[in-house]
Every structure is written in structure tokens, then in C-alpha cells.
Ligand binder design. Structure first.
Ligand code: A2H
Length: 256
């Protein structure tokens, strides 16, 4: 971890329905869902892009925790992130995160979820092998219009749906134009993945370059083409969208 603190927006992605594997784990833990909200917490640096969420990624090889935030609200993230949250007034007791169940990422694949602000009212949990357990919450929301990693991953998942044990349609939602820039138009990540001839999520060096360009281009030259701040510069709209998500109870600030 770096010396400089990183501020993420923790976006609450509500679970609508679990697949059988995750449901079994929760049943075994004695968890009763009635009257409770369970959210996957995605850590993002790009809150202004949340309109374009098409799925939410977990790592099939990470075991996540479900933590009680209040009797009505539960968060899913890595234990490392839950510990960090417990020192940021996100859990009720300082230094404590109450573990309710341990959910292997693999058991959550295919869950039906609701991602706040997304133009798609319902999306799915999908696998991403490149998620690091050592960063953020271990949950990454997918915005293929603006994140080269996300776009490369959904292309790969759609191409090899059977191999990944998913339905092809879950990974085939169209990227949504969120931001336009003079250099790359309104689907920056799609344009960059083409330009750098990125073939898979494993093309690390090219993806790192594409990611860097996408981030700077959108931040300094981008204009919103969707949502409440349509027509405004990304530099300005970014914090407004973040603040709105926090005010509506759909997100919180998470530092590490
Ligand atoms: B970003 P940084 Cl639209 N492993 O959110 C791998 N990637 C992770 C992660 C983890 N454990 N935790 C978060 N991330 C992703 C949106 C987005 C992001 C867009 C464009 C670029 C972008 C939608 N995905 O990130 O290493 C999350 O994806 C590229 C900078 O802390 C998070 O923001 O700088 C970003 O990487 C955090 O990466």
C-alpha cells in the first residue's frame, strides 16, 4: 500500500436475489433476509460514471465477508476493507466489524443486483480474475464505457461465457455513453482497447497505459453527456455526483 491515502467512493450495490450457492451459505449461517438490505460495496475512483454500470465484479478466488452495519443493513467486502471501515465510523463500534457469513466470490456469481444510478435497473455479479484482495473492497463495479479493464473483462466473459459459468447475456449489456472527450468520443474505454489492440484482461501493460490515458482524458477534457450534470465538465461533476450518491444513502467515503 502506498504512502498517500486514497479516497474511494464506496457504492452500495443492493442484492435482489442470490444464486443457490450463496443462498446455501447464508441459510447455513442462519441469516434471515426479511426486512434487511444486503449490499456489495464497490470501491470506485469514478463516481461520475455510475450511470454506466453494466455488472459488478467479484474475484472467484477471494472469500468475502458479510458484515452487520445495523440490524437492517449488511455490507459485503473483504475482511481487510471491513477492518479499515471500522476505523472510519462506518461500522457501529470502533475497531469492530461484525461478521455474519463468509461468502466465497464464486458463490455470488450470477446474483441479481441493483446498482445505483445505472440506466440498467438490474444487473448481475460477474467474475473478474484481476481483482486484488489488497486494494479497495475487493468488489469492482463495471463501467465498460470508461474503464478499459472493465471493457476488456466483459468482452472476455461474453466470448467465453460457458468457461466462466455465466450466461452470455449477463456480460453483453451495451456500454452507455457517460462522458465525451475531444480525443476519444463518448466510449473512451472502447476506443482505447481498440487503439492499444488489447485482446484480454491479461494484457497488463497495455491496460495500464490505457487506464492512465482514460483517467486523465476524462478528468481534464471530459464533459458529461448523461444525468443531472449533463453538459458540465467532469472535473466539476465528479464531486457533485459523489455527494448526491452519499446524500441519497447509496454511497459513503472510504479511505485507505
Ligand atoms: B474504478 P487504484 Cl469508469 N482490484 O471504478 C482491481 N481493481 C480495483 C480494485 C481491486 N481490488 N478496487 C477497485 N478497482 C478499480 C470505475 C472506474 C475505475 C472507471 C475507470 C477507471 C477506474 C468503474 N470500474 O479505475 O489502483 C476501480 O475501478 C482506474 C483508475 O486505487 C477503481 O475505480 O487507482 C480503481 O480500480 C482503483 O484503482
Amino acid at each position: 500500500e502506498g504512502v498517500n491515502p486514497q479516497e474511494y467512493t464506496g457504492v452500495k450495490i443492493k442484492v435482489i436475489e442470490w444464486p443457490a450457492a450463496a443462498q446455501e451459505v447464508l441459510d447455513r449461517a442462519g441469516f434471515k433476509a426479511e426486512g434487511k438490505t444486503v449490499s456489495l460495496i464497490a470501491a470506485t475512483l469514478r463516481p461520475e460514471t455510475m450511470y454506466g454500470q453494466t455488472c459488478c465484479f467479484v474475484s472467484p478466488s477471494i472469500t468475502y465477508g458479510m458484515y452487520e452495519i445495523s440490524p437492517e443493513e449488511y455490507y459485503i467486502c473483504t475482511s481487510r476493507a471491513a477492518k479499515n471501515m471500522s476505523f472510519q465510523k462506518i461500522t457501529p463500534v470502533r475497531g469492530e466489524a461484525k461478521l455474519v457469513a463468509e461468502l466465497p466470490g464464486s458463490t455470488m456469481i450470477g446474483a441479481r443486483i441493483h446498482a445505483p444510478l445505472s440506466v440498467y435497473p438490474e444487473v448481475r455479479v460477474l467474475p473478474m480474475d484481476t481483482i486484488l484482495a489488497s486494494k479497495g473492497t475487493g468488489v469492482v463495479t463495471s463501467v465498460p464505457s470508461d474503464s478499459p479493464d472493465d471493457y476488456a473483462t466483459v468482452v472476455e466473459l461474453a466470448k467465453k461465457a460457458d468457461f466462466y459459468g455465466i450466461e452470455k447475456e449477463w456480460a453483453s449489456l451495451e456500454p452507455i455513453p457517460i462522458i465525451t472527450t475531444p480525443n476519444y468520443g463518448d466510449l473512451t474505454a472502447v476506443a482505447l482497447v481498440k487503439e492499444f489492440k488489447i485482446q484480454s484482461p491479461k494484457d497488463k501493460d497495455a491496460l495500464a497505459k490505457a487506464k492512465e490515458i482514460a483517467y486523465k482524458d476524462a478528468f481534464y477534457q471530459g464533459t458529461m453527456v448523461i444525468g443531472k450534470y449533463k453538459g458540465e465538465k467532469v472535473e466539476i461533476a465528479k464531486n457533485k455526483v459523489k455527494d448526491d450518491l452519499i446524500a441519497s444513502g447509496d454511497a459513503f467515503v472510504y479511505n485507505e
